[in-house]
Structure formats: structure tokens, C-alpha cells
Design a protein around this ligand. Structure first.
Ligand code: KG4
Ligand code: ZN
Length: 336
């Protein structure tokens, strides 16, 4: 079966094609730049941009794979969580295509797509595992027992880690979304000059909190000359060190609590080099670590095609109604 995946939950239009015989066949991502001037995603603009890009991108992906609509066996589209208008755009297109082609269509949970994304490119990964999902909208530690069988061990009490990266990047004058740029800047910085707090590490539990860390950076920026490039780089370094140490320690704690021996890292911040380096250095001696391929860390259609393919292959499909759930909780999914 060949499954077309459509991702439109936020500001990336992602299309993927996954097949039973060949795995991931093709994919394309269009990242909207219309929001950059506003320093954040404007929901209405996101929906409109998805609307104009989604069909051309589907055609481009099919053409590249030398396939036509009639080759498809199922359509998977993100139905939550995310921006309601953006989700509706992809869900309407996906549902309508499935109906017109007389094939099954299925709404996919965006975070399930992320959690399963390390399977793309890592054939030796197997259930169960601990997933560290570090994205723009979510920060989660999940005990992944099987498809649809997820226990949330920890989540953020305030900002997500991606948000903290983006807000700190903004304080340092970097454009939105600045996470990757901040990480680049940190490479030139010196560790230890700015020592920021490691939030909640002094307390038991697996939850995260990043808004206080961001506020500490704000106070620090008020006492220094931000025109000095080395100061900016050292702040970026100090911030990244604090985030990475917090994430690594929480993973260590979660692995100890659950007894799991496999860690899978997903989401936009999962592309962060320093995070990967520290996880490898500190955990890999007794834990197998798998990362989502970098191109599938941020939002993409491949992970939706893959998650959809897994479920459609087990006979799941939705009825003809088009329903999206902007606040869909991962823990409400049922074991398949
Ligand atoms: O997974 P994603 O697309 O977001 C959600 O689905 O919510 O991740 C986007 C986030 C943004 O906050 C972006 O700044 C951050 O991931 N990001 C990074 C890096 N690459 C992307 N943060 C730190 N280091 C990176 N290399
Ligand atoms: Zn995402």
C-alpha cells in the first residue's frame, strides 16, 4: 500500500509518500516565510498559504516518485493538535482526495508523527522506548510501549523548549524562528561565562519549565553590551548548556525510572548538535539512542505518511466527516 501524508498543523506544508514495499519514497516541505516579519506564526496567513501550496506540493511529490493518484492506497492527514484553520486545510484536502479516489483516509495525531519519526532511517529501532519530543509547541518525555500506547512521563509546565530557543534568539536579535541560528551562534561562545539556571533539576519528577530560564537570559542581556558579538555568542552558549543539561538529566532520570534501554529523540530541537553530542557522551554507554533524521525533526509530511501507513495497514480509517482537534492530547490515543 502507498500512503500519501499531508502535514499542515502550523507553518510547514509537508507532503510524504510511504509504501509497504519501499518505505519512504518521496517527500517535500514548504516552510512559510510570510510570518517572519511578524516574529511569530499568524494563523490566518498560515491557512491561506497552506491552501495555495498543498496541491502543487502533492503533485510535485507524486511526479518525483513517478506515481499518479490512482497508485495511492490511502491518505493520512494531520488532524491535531495545531492551528485550527491550518489543520482544516490539510484535512479537507486529504479527506476530499480519499473520497474522490475511493480509498481510506485517516486523521493522524501530529505528535504521534513526531514520536514515531525516529523509525524513519533507523530500521533497528523497536518498541518499547523512551521518546524525548522537543519541538516548537511541545516538550514531552513519553514511554512508548507500542503503536498508540503512550504514557506521558513529563511535560513542560510553561514554555516548550523550542519556544525558549526562539524567544532567547529574539532577545539576541536573531530572526524568527531562531532556534537553529541560536545554536550556530552558541558554537562560537564560551561555556561558563553566563551561568543560567537548570530549571526543576533540583526537584524530583520529569516535568520541565523553561520560562524562568528565558527570563534569566532577559535579565542578563540588560547588564551587558549586546553589540559585542562575543557577548551574544557567550549568552547563546550559556543558554544552550542550561537547556541541554536539563534535557540530558531528565532523560537519564526517565530511563532509570522506567528501566528502558532505548531512547528516541524527535522534534525540531532534536536536530540540535550539542544535545545529540551530550546525549551520546553521557548515555550511550548503556542506552541505545536513535534520532529522527535531521530533515524529519521539524514538521514534515514523511512522519505523517509513516504514522498513517502504520494505522491504515492495520485497517483503521475515518468516516467521511472532516473533524480536526486543535488540542488533541496524545494520551487519549488507543493502543492499536
Ligand atoms: O518540531 P517543530 O517543527 O515544532 C513543532 O512541531 O512544534 O520544531 C520547531 C522548533 C522551533 O522552535 C525551532 O527554533 C527549533 O525547533 N529548532 C531548533 C533547531 N532546529 C530547529 N532548536 C535548537 N537547535 C536547532 N538546531
Ligand atoms: Zn511538530
Amino acid at each position: 500500500m502507498k500512503v500519501l501524508g499531508i502535514e499542515t498543523s502550523c507553518d510547514d506544508t509537508g507532503i510524504g509518500l510511504y509504501s509497504t514495499s519501499s518505505g519512504l519514497i518521496a517527500h517535500h516541505i514548504y516552510t512559510q516565510d510570510v510570518h517572519h516579519q511578524f516574529g511569530g506564526v499568524i494563523p490566518e496567513l498560515a491557512s491561506r498559504d497552506h491552501l495555495s501550496k498543498v496541491l502543487p506540493l502533492i503533485r510535485k511529490t507524486l511526479n518525483e516518485a513517478e506515481l499518479s493518484f490512482s497508485d495511492l492506497g490511502g491518505i493520512a492527514y494531520t488532524t491535531g493538535p495545531g492551528l485550527i484553520g491550518a489543520l482544516m486545510t490539510g484535512a479537507c484536502v486529504g479527506r476530499a482526495l480519499a473520497y474522490s479516489l475511493n480509498i481510506p483516509g485517516l486523521g493522524v495525531h501530529h505528535l504521534e508523527g513526531h514520536v514515531l519519526s525516529p523509525f524513519l532511517g533507523n530500521p533497528s529501532l523497536t518498541f518499547p522506548f523512551l521518546a524525548l519530543l522537543v519541538a516548537g509547541g511541545h516538550t514531552l518525555l513519553v514511554h512508548v510501549k507500542g503503536l498508540g500506547d503512550y504514557s506521558i512521563l513529563g511535560s513542560t509546565l510553561d514554555d516548550s523548549v523550542g519556544e525558549a530557543f526562539d524567544k532567547t534568539a529574539k532577545l539576541l536579535g536573531l530572526p524568527y524562528p531562531g532556534g537553529a541560528l541560536l545554536a550556530e551562534l552558541a558554537e562560537d561562545g564560551v561555556s561558563g561565562r553566563f551561568d543560567f539556571p537548570r530549571p526543576l533539576l533540583d526537584r524530583p519528577g520529569l516535568d520541565f519549565s523553561f520560562s524562568g530560564l528565558k527570563t534569566s537570559v532577559l535579565y542578563a542581556t540588560k547588564k551587558v553590551d549586546l553589540n559585542d558579538a562575543s557577548v551574544r555568542a557567550d549568552i547563546a552558549r550559556g543558554f544552550e548548556d542550561a537547556v541541554v543539561e536539563t534535557l540530558v538529566k531528565k532523560c537519564q532520570r526517565a530511563l532509570k525510572t522506567t528501566g528502558l534501554k532505548t531512547l528516541a529523540v524527535a522534534g525540531g530541537v532534536g536536530a540540535n548538535k550539542e544535545l545529540r553530542k551530550q546525549l551520546n557522551q553521557q548515555l550511550s554507554s548503556n542506552v541505545s539512542i536513535y534520532y529522527a533524521p535531521k530533515e524529519f525533526c521539524t514538521d514534515n509530511g514523511a512522519m505523517i505518511a509513516y504514522a498513517g501507513w502504520l494505522r491504515l495497514s492495520k485497517g483503521q480509517c475515518d468516516d467521511l466527516s472532516i473533524t480536526v482537534n486543535p488540542r488533541w492530547q496524545l494520551k487519549t490515543l488507543k493502543t492499536v
